[in-house]
Design a protein. Structure first.
Length: 73
């Protein structure tokens, strides 16, 4: 029983890592990610401060839904 649950856990971790890797690859190709309305960019002389508020909220929502769907039995 313990090895069976360990196997399921390792499979879930693998799926999560593959999903995160795919999302990171996809974000490089989606120009609107990180440039949504509500994201703050402050540019001054030689300094740029970037605060992706809306992008973080959207990512949090997507990950919450994803993990809730995986966590259901």
């Amino acid at each position: 029983m313990a090895l069976e649950s360990l196997g399921k856990f390792l499979i879930i971790i693998g799926v999560v890592l593959i999903s995160v890797g795919a999302l990171l690859m996809m974000f490089g190709k989606l120009p609107w990610i990180g440039r949504l309305p509500g994201d703050i960019v402050i540019r001054k002389e030689g300094v740029t401060i970037y605060i992706p508020l809306v992008t973080m909220l959207l990512l949090s929502l997507v990950l919450t839904i994803f993990f809730n769907l995986i966590g259901r039995k």
